[in-house]
Design a protein around this ligand. Structure first.
Ligand SMILES: Cc1cc2nc3c(=O)[nH]c(=O)nc-3n(C[C@H](O)[C@H](O)[C@H](O)COP(=O)(O)OP(=O)(O)OC[C@H]3O[C@@H](n4cnc5c(N)ncnc54)[C@H](O)[C@@H]3O)c2cc1C
Length: 423
């Protein structure tokens, strides 16, 4: 056992023992250390699984508030109507065969000095190393009237797949032919740079079949389409002529539920369905754990280990991180962060040095119709001079053109990453 770890510490498990028992988890035999993971998304679930695969002597406890994994990737196709919620929901059971202990609960606080996570239903969960992968939460206060309008079901973000995906699809189905769907995009960085433009394609694809006089209006806080711009614009012009309008430099500052308008800095824009995506920051638990290091929003990490630059012994993954240069916030990246982290945690617990030069890659596919897709790819490697991950010159790129073969690759990508993340 690594001398950094105190055996008494990792055996401390008070009220959480009940939760573990309730989750059907057997107590692990003699272990080298316990790792607690907060969040079972693309980052957290992958890290939990890979630590167990690479070092079965480490006990891994994953705390997740949702009883089912709902994938944001492919959720836009649910809005388009070619897929259903069942296609994007996956059970967590697969992780059990790797010996990951699942706790269905909300992590409410972290005491890094005592190395304890507090749970909503009561009980403390002691850890030797903690992995925090909570994804994002929204900065609702940046858009006046948002929360009231959301409570009144007059605005949705649908930027966390789940109930809001269903609500948005229902609103689109209920909209009259000739209506206007407004999609407001926050300033980058936000999760999934091409996601809004894929959504515009999917909603237009539905309108083309079901209500062809309707319009998609994209109000983008960014000056231009932030990812795969020429490919998206070509798809809009050729597949949905006259249906999608893009307005750059159009940042939402308010929502008025009564008049059904999105307030921009210079004008008000009316719509029948308002899909306003607020700016994001790292998930609440990262804030409570003191992990935020940049702009009151994101968590700085050492990219060789994913260890927080603010709190020792705590690693942060996925969308919650302060992104390295040109690194998107994506499920693919969160899954790759998790592998850097899992390898580093296993090495550190075994008293070895983590890989000094990690390399990871990202591919994001976007469906521009039911079956045609486009992609963007990048490779990121450790840069010792600037102490961060940087893109490898000449690597990556975008599709030459949209086509059905890419659509098949996109499906294969989705099935692979769900399997890789959840077992
Ligand atoms: C519409 C849309 C389309 C997308 N398409 C793609 C795509 O095609 N490809 C791609 O790579 N990426 C895509 N993304 C981005 C991708 O979904 C995110 O980047 C990814 O989910 C980030 O993973 P994560 O693990 O950081 O966070 P999440 O996947 O959000 O996971 C965080 C988890 O933590 C849990 N949690 C948070 N706080 C707590 C707490 N206190 N206690 C217990 N549990 C907690 C949450 O319930 C959640 O399950 C898309 C996103 C959207 C919105």
């Amino acid at each position: 056992m690594n001398k950094d770890f105190d055996r008494r510490d990792f055996l401390r498990l008070t009220g959480a023992a009940a939760a573990l028992a309730a989750a059907g988890c057997a107590t692990a035999p003699a272990t080298k250390a316990r790792v607690v993971v907060i969040g079972g998304g693309f980052g957290g679930a992958t890290a939990a699984k890979y630590i167990r695969m690479w070092e079965p002597a480490i006990e891994v406890v994953m705390v997740e508030r949702a009883n089912i994994f709902t994938s944001c990737p492919i959720s836009n196709l649910v809005l388009g109507g070619s897929k259903t919620m069942e296609d994007i929901r996956h059970r967590y059971d697969g992780l059990r065969k790797y010996g990951v202990q699942l706790v269905l609960d909300e992590a409410t606080a972290v005491d890094a000095a005592k190395r304890v996570v507090k749970l909503e239903r009561g009980g403390d969960l002691a850890y030797d190393r903690l992995i925090v992968a909570p994804g994002i939460d929204f900065m609702f206060n940046d858009i006046s009237g948002y929360e009231d309008a959301m409570k009144a079901n007059r605005v949705v973000h649908a930027w966390k797949a789940g109930a809001q995906t269903i609500a948005l699809r229902k609103q689109l189905e209920g909209m009259k032919d000739g209506g206007v769907y407004v999609l407001s995009v926050p300033l980058a960085p936000y999760r999934c740079p091409p996601g809004p433009y894929e959504r515009a394609c999917q909603v237009a694809s539905y309108f083309k079949k079901a209500k062809p006089r309707s319009k998609v209006l994209i109000l983008d806080a960014n000056p231009d389409v932030t990812s795969k711009g020429p490919l998206f614009k070509k798809a809009w012009a050729e597949l949905y002529p006259g249906m999608i309008e893009f307005r750059g430099n159009s940042k939402a500052v308010g929502v008025d539920a009564k008049t059904g308008t999105v307030r921009l800095e210079v004008e008000d824009v009316r719509g029948d369905v308002l899909n306003v995506v607020p700016p994001h920051r790292a998930g609440d638990i990262a804030v409570k754990a003191g992990l935020i290091t940049a702009n009151n929003r994101w968590c700085g990490v050492d990219w060789r280990t994913m260890e927080s630059t603010a709190v020792k012994g705590v690693h942060v993954l996925g969308d919650a991180t302060l992104s390295a240069p040109l690194m998107p916030k994506s499920g693919a990246m969160a899954n790759q962060h998790a592998k850097i982290c899992a390898a580093a945690v296993v090495a550190m617990i075994n008293g070895q040095a983590p890989n000094p030069e990690p390399k990871i890659a990202n591919t994001c596919y976007s469906f521009v119709s039911d079956d045609e897709a486009i992609h963007v790819a990048s490779v990121h490697t450790w840069d010792d001079k600037d102490k961060t991950l940087k893109t490898v010159p000449g690597s990556g790129g975008v599709s030459a053109a949209r086509n059905e073969l890419e659509g098949r690759y996109a499906w294969a990508w989705a099935r692979n990453i769900w399997q890789d993340t959840l077992g």
